[in-house]
Design a protein around this ligand. Structure first.
Ligand code: HEC
Length: 145
């Protein structure tokens, strides 16, 4: 029974703490994405009709390192992007869709569930911990001479 509960928990795409959006509700966010036409430009798994490649596909969003090509992909940066893309990337083809703060938080929370079950144990860009590199001495891969 406990094992079943663990397996189910592992499948629901709950993001790790650093990718959780304060005040965001993923299920509402899925509805926000559907009702605000995000699918007219993006592929978004789980959102009906969101299958356009006009903009970048948003599948496995939790695994992305950068947002709009230069901002670290953090919850707060994503919320800011969704509220006003033009403020971050003037001239971007992504329009300001007039999301409220709450709608942006919900949508961001939904996006961070995508691919959350496939995250490596250490966030991208951070060095491995002392016990995480396996049994061999580091560096494990030396550059060729
Ligand atoms: C008219 C087309 C259009 C619509 C509608 C649209 N987007 Fe975008 N979106 C884009 C484009 C184009 C980009 C790439 C912009 C850039 O990097 O400057 C983008 C970028 C993004 C990014 C960052 C992607 C990346 O790889 O950095 C996210 C996240 C995003 N959009 C989410 C949404 C959400 C959520 C909605 C609905 C609320 C939405 N978009 C609606 C066109 C659109």
């Amino acid at each position: 029974m406990t094992l079943l509960a663990l397996l189910l928990a592992a499948c629901d795409g709950e993001p790790p703490a650093q990718l959780r959006v304060a005040g965001g509700d993923p299920e509402r966010g899925r509805a926000v994405a559907a009702s605000h036409g995000c699918g007219a430009c993006h592929v978004i798994p789980g959102v009906r009709g969101a299958n356009s490649w006009a903009g970048p596909p948003l599948m496995e969003w939790a695994r992305r390192g950068y947002l709009a090509g230069h901002l670290p992909n953090s919850p707060e940066n994503l919320v800011a992007w969704l509220r006003d893309p033009q403020a971050i990337a003037p001239g971007s083809a992504m329009p300001n869709l007039g999301l409220t703060e709450k709608e942006a938080r919900d949508a961001a929370a939904y996006l961070f569930t995508l691919g959350a079950d496939q995250l490596p144990p250490v966030p991208a860009g951070l060095p491995l911990g002392p016990k995480e590199a396996g049994p061999r001495e580091e560096p494990r891969i030396r550059p060729r001479a």
